[in-house]
Design a protein around this ligand. Structure first.
Ligand code: ASP
Length: 300
């Protein structure tokens, strides 16, 4: 079994991951934690794009479960000598890992590797494709805060076009029964999402506001916005937040562009912001995913 996209998970698997993540979340808060569930297994992390949260949380998750973790140093690898992704996959496979976690700038790269590898492949973000474990950790965070997802009004706002986080979250949160509102600048809303509203409408009465990073590194032309313009027109400001439900929570997958898609003080507001809770839940969700995906090997 691989974890390539939200569609690759059944409803039962999603429910299991969310339940198990809640359990690992509590377990992770204990002073000493070492489990043996992945004892004797090797996990390779191959990150072809930069990462702080996802890379570290997969490594911590695998280590807390007792696995041996190897981080492939892409900058020093033969990829720099022109080796193809397929050949890199065949090489990694010959070393008999028990799971491969991959992040890549090309959408579909994890699928390519999944067709080569004999072990589970986990998509840790592929281009503008998907980021399924981020969506799972976002859903687990919402459930931790609100006790449910069904019926919540969730606004996902910002650079929808380039966001693999949004792509996975739209699928997952919709499946879990949330009422989604999407908003972004017209040039950053993909054609397949014509129903995107303006941010003021999206935020009105919302229980959760998920802001997305403006991904300038994926744009061929600059947005041409003046300093402060994006925030004023499309970002989350205190004034806009006042339109949301009184108990509304703020989320962001990170890294944050302070003062662009979100006012810095809102990201830091301990009453409203779930951003560090998302990071903490990221370790728990990745433990649940690694455990589920490697279960066949452990019991073999
Ligand atoms: N960290 C997330 C990702 O890798 C979101 C972002 O980069 O804006 O997709």
């Amino acid at each position: 079994m691989h974890l390539l996209s939200i569609d690759s998970l059944s409803d039962a698997q999603i429910a299991l991951i969310l339940d198990e993540a809640a359990r690992w979340f509590a377990w992770n808060r204990q002073p000493r934690r070492n489990a043996k569930r992945l004892d004797g297994l090797t996990v390779i992390n191959a990150f072809f794009e930069n990462s702080t949260r996802t890379l570290l949380s997969f490594e911590i998750a695998a280590k807390r479960l007792g696995a041996q973790v190897v981080v492939m140093q892409v900058e020093q690898s033969s990829i720099k000598k022109g080796e193809t992704l397929e050949d890199t996959g065949r090489t990694l496979n010959a070393m008999r890992p028990d799971a491969l976690v991959i992040r890549h700038g090309t959408s579909g790269a994890p699928e390519t590797l999944a067709s080569i590898m004999d072990c589970p492949v986990i998509n840790a973000g592929d281009g503008i494709g998907e980021h399924p474990t981020q969506a799972l950790l976002d859903a687990a965070t919402i459930r931790q805060r609100f006790g449910r997802i069904a019926g919540l009004k969730i606004a996902i706002c910002g650079d929808l076009r380039h966001s693999r986080v949004a792509r996975s979250n739209i699928k997952l949160l919709h499946r879990l029964g949330a009422e989604l509102r999407l908003a972004g600048p017209p040039s950053l809303v993909p054609n397949e999402l014509p129903h995107a509203a303006n941010i003021d409408e999206a935020v009105s009465g919302a229980d959760v506001i998920m802001m997305l990073r403006v991904q300038r590194e994926r744009m061929s032309e600059d947005l041409g916005d003046a300093p402060g313009e994006f925030l004023a027109r499309y970002g989350l400001t205190a004034e806009r937040l006042a339109r949301a439900a009184p108990h509304a929570a703020i989320m962001h997958p990170g890294p944050i562009n302070r003062g662009v898609e979100i006012e810095g003080a809102l990201a830091d507001d301990p009453q409203r912001s779930l951003i560090t809770l998302q990071v903490e839940m990221g370790v728990a969700v990745r433990m649940a995913c690694l455990d589920l995906l490697t279960a066949e090997r452990v019991t073999a």
